[in-house]
Write a protein that binds this ligand. Sequence first.
Ligand code: PLP
Length: 394
Amino acid sequence: MLKPNENYLKLKESYLFYSISQKVAAYLANNPGEKLYRLGIGDVSLPLCPAVIAALHEAVEDQAKKETFHGYMPECGAPFLREAIAAHYGKRGVELSSDEVYVSSGASDELGDILDLFDRQSSALIMEPAYPAYVDANVMAGRRIVHYPSGVENGFLPAPSPAAEADLIYICSPNNPTGSADDRAGLKAWVDFANERGAVILFDAAYEAFIEDENVPHSIYEIPGAKTCAIEICSLSKTAGFTGTRLGYTVIPKELMRRGMRFGSMWVRNRTTKTNGVSYIIQKGGAAVFTEEGQKQIKENIAVYKKNAAVLTETLDKLGLWYCGGRNAPYIFLKCPDERNSWSFFDMLLHRAQIIATPGVGFGKCGEGFCRLSTFGSPEDTVEAAKRLTEVFG
Ligand code: PLP
């Protein structure tokens, strides 16, 4: 009889969002009609910007005419979009050729699929607390996970050490859930560590558009030496509101190879086997993000989330509560006051302030005692939530 992939038996049940929804439903059953302030969401709330909408409409019209109709798209991405992304990197001083850029349907898809490039016996270093998909995708493939905890003592930005020995190194900067963002020196240490050992960094840049500080790189390739040790996975989800539209990109430099095998060439082979590309319409919408007009408009949306972040962090500062993030990232990782654990603080916020947060323990053991606040909600709700935080903790 066929043997299923028994690695799935090793996956831990993810109770996080299920438990949140159960607690919220129970609260609403006892308090019908009560308004809740949802600072737990990881999804955006603003619509796509006008430049993207116009490009999507035009692309739909193209598909209606014989002369402009597109069938299958190139598996690694349309040249017009690969070139636009490479040029965008160029503006930041990172020289890439368009065939080092691979268009995807989003970072989640890529974070799972890219693992095809590495031996299943290889190990994966996950800095925790972490985006849960990193662990689960590697457990499914049967890889050994090296859990690498971080905390208040290092601002949730762990440095390399002998305990970080692994073949694959996940770095998410700016980070979900902690909102921390590594600076040049911090990333250089990881790049050197990976190059010395022949490890490969999987750099998740899903939140790069939120970076404000000059010394925080948007791309790992701003660090000398990164092209020989890193793959960068990025997404338009949070950058431009594409969570439901789906578009991302992955960069694999030509220099990146191990044991004589070039990962870029392997990825071309993988993509031409496993996908038929991203739809023409969506890629046209995505290309509009990289125009001057698109860049201006997405920054206006991001500014709204940043204003939310400022409202929350100013409130937490006044209340004297410890947190990290909220400056180069759309998340704030708040230390639960009075030594409460994550779930007890979640309950308190829900019952006393009608605020929904995300318990930090859902992102790994060392997230215990923290809650994640998201800045993706509406400005009105964020202002009201901040007022309620002051009422409860002031
Ligand atoms: N990486 C991180 C750290 C995320 O937080 C998310 C989504 O929340 C993703 C990747 C997935 O992004 P996408 O919508 O492109 O699949």
